[in-house]
Design a binder for this molecule. Structure first.
Ligand SMILES: Nc1ncnc2c1ncn2[C@@H]1O[C@H](COP(=O)(O)OP(=O)(O)OP(=O)(O)O)[C@@H](O)[C@H]1O
Ligand SMILES: [Mg+2]
Length: 265
């Protein structure tokens, strides 16, 4: 679905992403791991249109989407969540969901004046869609709570929920599991798997929790120092010498073979 061809991105003297090529297969849940500062978020930012790359190309189903702005990619079904959740804290959970899709007819003043019926019908449809998402993600208890009052984990779940308000094809998740308690992490993992199986979402997810990655992702792509180091099953990359070396090189001993790799968790 996604082909990344020789993408580089520098910030001044820092080569954050250095000649990365990879593919994300349709229907996969692809993991992206690597030590802090490896360039994972920067690569997401390039793919999702937040930064233009210094070099290289990104293709979506064969179409060149390099440098297209996020709202155009959104229209093509390419969505992303952020490492730091982006909720509207003064809106409720349901309202946060209902504000996602662009181009609602209620936003056009002329429609609100001359075609109030259409606006109302749209609002009913949006509300039904939001309630469906709330149900799917088991957010019923907090549906009318202000998003600013949610726990960190619930905010992550809401971020995932926002991607369900449109017909997403591929969703990029940046540390959706970080700082989330075990129970909620299970809920998030289940939701990702169901979206993948039942609704045909393709996912690419950055994560530091190896247990979570192993449960969900195949393949797993490992980045270090701006480059792709290894690609394979979770077990295969965990046993890869170069990968172990990259993690040890960051001073994080003992973590690779255990549950967690990387310092972000
Ligand atoms: N906007 C920016 N301006 C300057 N440098 C940046 C910017 N964004 C990232 N960098 C640098 O690029 C490198 C890669 O950072 P990036 O955030 O992509 O890493 P990451 O793999 O997502 O790390 P983490 O696991 O900690 O989230 C780092 O050296 C970082 O300091
Ligand atoms: Mg990051």
């Amino acid at each position: 679905m996604i082909t990344v061809e020789n993408i580089s991105k520098n910030f001044g003297g820092i080569q954050a992403v250095n000649d990365v090529s990879l593919t994300i297969e349709t229907g996969s849940i692809t993991g992206l791991i690597g030590p802090n500062g490896a360039g994972k978020t920067t690569l997401f930012n390039v793919i999702a249109g937040h930064f233009a790359p210094s070099a290289g190309k990104v293709l979506l189903d064969g179409e060149d989407i390099t440098g297209l702005p996020p709202h155009e990619l959104f229209g093509k079904g390419l969505l992303r969540t952020f490492q730091i959740a982006h909720e509207f804290s003064t809106l409720t959970v349901r309202e946060n969901l209902m504000t996602v899709p662009g181009g609602q007819s209620g936003e056009r003043l002329t429609d609100a004046w001359f075609r109030p019926g259409r606006v109302r019908a749209e609002e009913v449809r949006l509300r039904e869609c939001a309630d469906d998402v709330i149900d799917f993600l088991q957010l019923d208890q907090v549906a009318d709570e202000l998003a600013g009052n949610l726990s960190g984990g619930q905010k992550k779940l809401l971020e995932l929920g926002r991607t369900m308000m449109v017909d997403a094809k591929i969703v990029f998740l940046d540390e959706v599991g970080a700082g989330v308690n075990r129970t909620l992490l299970g809920t998030i993992g289940d939701a990702i798997m169901r979206l993948n199986r039942e609704r045909g979402y393709t996912f690419c997810m950055i994560e530091h929790d190896m247990e979570f990655i192993s449960r969900l992702c195949d393949p797993v792509i490992v980045m270090a120092e701006g480059a792709v180091l290894a690609t394979g099953s979770a077990d295969a990359v965990r046993a890869d010498e170069a990968v172990i070396e990259a993690y040890l090189g960051t001073g994080l001993k003992n973590k690779v073979a255990g549950k967690t790799v990387g310092a972000g968790s």
